[in-house]
Design a protein around this ligand. Structure first.
Ligand SMILES: *Cc1c(COP(=O)(O)O)cnc(C)c1O
Length: 296
């Protein structure tokens, strides 16, 4: 069995903005689940690894960009649960903190050009057809097992909330939360924040794995220029939150989600008395790749 007890408390965040607008804001600390198998990445991997074990596959092959939280989570989980791991990395060979940690956890890194990277399944069948233990995990861990792992987040909530927010890369986490809300018959709105530009397609991605669309709202205006793009405004926002709360946010995912929450509160999007829950999906290693943005 692949399991470890997880620690992800829900905490209230105080801010004069919230007091003035008469809303309460809480954060579910999935970032505390594990330093490297962080946040939603652990939830996503749990049933994937269980499936690999059931099929007697001991070699995880997965895909990501050079700053991928998913690559790092897979590397560390592989080390912890006794798998060999290979990470197929998009683009030219580079070195950074994320990839260094992947290597420390024993992951074999293979850099491939963007065209090769795009055809993940054919790359996998071409290079691993005679490896009986090889197990394919898609970029970001996107699959139904991952959705089911993420839906367990809702089982852990002991209170109800009118609104839940999460950042979206593939939409897998959002789909899982929607399914969890459906299972518990919570009448909660899920607010999904795509962190990439033109994120409208995210709705279809989410609805591939969930049929609960009446409780889904997408906010498309908080991408800050695109995936992993930032602005000075976003960086100083993150500094403000971190210095006031002791909670770190990353500029790629959770910083954008939190910016959206505060911006919508400021614009009176929520009725007074609303209870809002932010999911801290972890991924703080992303900050290390962006240290130059936080200087000055
Ligand atoms: C990977 C990641 C996400 C995106 O999750 P999806 O399930 O792909 O939408 C969000 N937040 C953080 C911190 C991540 O590392």
């Amino acid at each position: 069995m692949i399991d470890f007890e997880i620690f992800s408390p829900t905490q209230q965040i105080q801010d004069s903005l919230y007091t003035n607008k008469q809303v309460s804001v809480y954060i579910k600390r999935d970032d505390l689940i594990h330093p490297y198998i962080s946040g939603n990445k652990w939830r996503k991997l749990k049933y994937i690894l269980q499936k690999a074990i059931c099929e007697s596959k001991r070699h995880l092959i997965t895909f990501g960009g050079a700053y991928s939280n998913h690559l790092l989570a897979t590397a560390c989980a592989g080390a912890k649960f006794n798998f060999k791991t290979t990470g197929i990395v998009r683009g030219e060979e580079v070195s950074n903190a994320t990839l260094m940690l992947c290597k420390l956890f024993g992951m074999n890194l293979v850099f491939v050009d963007r065209v090769t990277y795009r055809n993940k399944h054919s790359y996998f069948s071409k290079h691993y057809f005679d490896d009986k233990e090889a197990f394919f995990i898609d970029e970001g861990g996107a699959c139904m097992e991952a959705v089911n792992g993420c839906s367990e987040l809702v089982d852990e909530l002991s209170e109800s909330y009118g609104h839940i927010f999460c950042a979206c890369g593939t939409g897998t986490t959002a789909a899982g939360i929607l399914n969890g809300l459906q299972k518990h018959e919570h009448n909660t709105m899920l607010h999904a924040i795509p962190v990439l530009k033109d994120g409208g397609f995210m709705k279809d991605e989410i609805l591939k794995y969930s049929q609960f669309d009446k409780n889904l709202v997408l906010h498309l205006d908080y991408h800050f220029g695109g995936y992993a793009k930032t602005t000075n405004d976003l960086i100083s926002f993150i500094q403000g939150i971190s210095s006031k709360t002791g909670i770190l946010l990353d500029p790629v995912y959770t910083g954008k989600m939190f910016y959206a929450i505060n911006d919508l509160i400021a614009k009176d999007y929520f009725k007074p008395g609303s209870r809002i829950l932010a999911i801290h999906t972890g991924g703080l290693l992303g900050i290390l790749g962006m240290s130059e943005k936080f200087q000055g």
